[in-house]
Ligand binder design. Structure first.
Ligand code: CTP
Length: 416
């Protein structure tokens, strides 16, 4: 089975008590087919429609239904249960369950979990059409949406009660599609609560980060000390400002920022190809420490110590990704920001780099011996534009990233 967001996901499925509860069994089966871990919690009413045994058999996990169960609580507490999931799915959600959720009640295990979770919740309502259309239900739905709860369905059609209209549970494939979308957008509740749109909303930002590794032979490479922390922090700050972010990263030991499209590369040539493929963009930020040279002829087999003495490695120049982006007539991003790692005359060298490469801003830092730029948590930079240099105090890489992104937003709005 190929790895997908679904195959590694852990879903907490709350089954409410409605005639559509039987479809939750199919949902469990299909999720399991994708490799998803599904833990099921049933309301008391749900047990009138399906048995805990069927849900446990299909999910391969014990089913929980009691808030005050001494055996269950000693195995895994209800708070932990609500947080050990990537997503909470309520299917079917009855009118009663929606009302209890909207009111913040915690009078059984299901509602207690829904209140205690720090993860997003996806709700698939199912009820009689009049119940769905009732002002009270609609009010509850609006309130839950305002709280950031996601909805899939209900669908319109003939109902078990003989009436016709909206109220049918969304079909399992549609619920699974909604689960995939929810997982792709990030896991934490705070990340998706509705809020005002960030200053980079609607913008596409490409960020390069980390070092490049230039192979010498199958086991050796030329690299550098970049950790990728500054570049990844910039990608994260751009995401927080609501940008669509493509992060092209060299080999680093950092997690991928949630919500970014991350392309992992090794060499400068691969990095250039990934950046070009990600265009067009509103902004490009080149934070990677791209190797200036690569080995002209990479040995196909490991170079051995032999009697021919030490090997000579001939280097050829790598493409300058930043300069190429600046001079890309067809699709130069509106704002291009480069970095300059200098060991001496930081401002003067960086300013020369700005003009030589043709970028709009340069973030210059000293990588002289004794500085914490490479691998450290803090950074002390100067921001250079065509008019001059601005020195920023030493601050965390996350704060440097935030300031760069705020400045980017200003530059972009000037160019509109
Ligand atoms: N850069 C790039 N491609 C390269 C080399 C550098 O895109 N082949 C980018 C870096 O991502 C950074 C900027 O250019 O944004 C400056 O990198 P730096 O290493 O400081 O400068 P160089 O151009 O390599 O110049 P020098 O080593 O001579 O200082």
């Amino acid at each position: 089975m190929t790895a997908t967001p679904l195959s590694s996901a852990r879903i907490l499925l709350v089954v409410g008590g409605g005639i559509a509860a039987y479809k939750s069994l199919e949902l469990i089966r299909r999720l399991r087919d994708h490799g998803t871990t599904v833990r099921v919690v049933m309301t008391a009413a749900a047990k009138h429609f399906i048995t805990p045994l069927s849900a446990a058999t299909l999910s391969g996990e014990p089913v929980r239904d009691e808030l005050f169960s001494l055996t269950d609580e000693s195995l895994i507490g209800h708070i932990e249960l609500s947080r050990a999931a990537d997503l909470v799915v309520v299917a079917p959600a009855t009118a009663n369950l929606l009302a209890r959720m909207a009111g913040g009640l915690a009078d059984d295990l299901a509602t207690t979990l829904l209140l205690a979770t720090d993860k997003r919740t996806l709700v698939a309502p199912a009820m009689n059409v009049r119940m769905w259309e009732h002002a009270a239900t609609q009010r509850n739905v609006e309130r839950l949406k305002a709280d950031g709860v996601l909805f899939v369905g209900p669908e319109a059609g003939p109902m078990a009660c003989g009436e016709f209209g909206p109220g049918r549970l969304a079909e399992p494939p549609a619920i699974i599609e909604a689960i995939e979308r929810a997982l792709a957008a990030g896991a934490l509740l705070d990340d998706w609560r509705p809020r005002s749109r960030g200053p980079l909303s609607g913008r596409h930002v490409i960020v390069t980060s980390g070092p490049t590794y230039e192979p010498i032979d199958p086991v050796r490479f030329l690299g550098n000390r970049s950790s990728g922390r500054q570049g990844h922090a910039i990608a994260q700050a751009a995401l927080s400002a609501d940008a669509r972010v493509t992060l092209v990263s060299g080999p680093v030991s950092l997690p991928d920022p949630i919500g970014a499209t991350v392309i992992h590369v090794e060499t400068a040539v691969e990095m250039r190809a990934a950046v070009e493929a990600a265009l067009p963009a509103d902004a490009f930020i080149g934070a990677a420490a791209v190797a200036d040279w690569r080995v002209e002829t990479v040995a196909g087999a490991k170079i051995k110590k032999g009697d021919r003495g030490s090997p000579t490695v001939r280097l050829v120049e790598n493409p300058d990704i930043l300069a190429e982006i600046c001079n890309n007539k067809a699709s130069r991003p509106a704002v291009v920001i480069g970095f300059a790692a200098e060991t001496e005359d930081v401002a003067a060298n960086a300013s020369a780099k700005l003009h030589r490469k043709g970028c709009d801003l340069i973030v210059a830092n000293s990588v002289a011996k004794g500085t914490s730029t490479f691998g450290g948590a803090t950074n002390q930079v100067q921001l250079i534009d065509a008019k001059g240099a601005e020195s920023w105090p030493s601050m965390s890489k996350a704060d440097v990233a935030d300031r760069i992104i705020r400045r980017l937003a200003v530059e972009l709005s000037k160019r509109q």
